[in-house]
Design a protein around this ligand. Structure first.
Ligand SMILES: [Zn+2]
Length: 77
């Protein structure tokens, strides 16, 4: 059974739960406050800050690198 992570909007707590895949998006009770305003947190979201950082690097290189090269740092022809 896969382990899913859930977020509770009532107490802003995250908790893990083992559930079958077809129950993954079903409402689950918060383990802390027993509230039901919970939503599933996808593991993709957890890795998102890293992915955004990696995305920024090529953009910076493309924009800054082109100008920096002809700026004299690498000897423009
Ligand atoms: Zn809660």
């Amino acid at each position: 059974m896969p382990l899913y992570e859930y977020y509770c909007a009532d107490c802003h707590n995250t908790f893990d739960a083992l559930r079958t895949m077809d129950k993954a998006d079903a409402t689950i009770q918060c383990k802390s406050c027993e509230g039901r305003h919970t939503s599933r947190v996808l593991s993709v979201f957890a890795a998102r800050p890293k992915a955004e950082q990696n995305k920024k690097v090529p953009t910076t290189v493309t924009v800054g690198g082109g100008g920096g090269c002809c700026g004299g740092s690498c000897g423009c022809h």
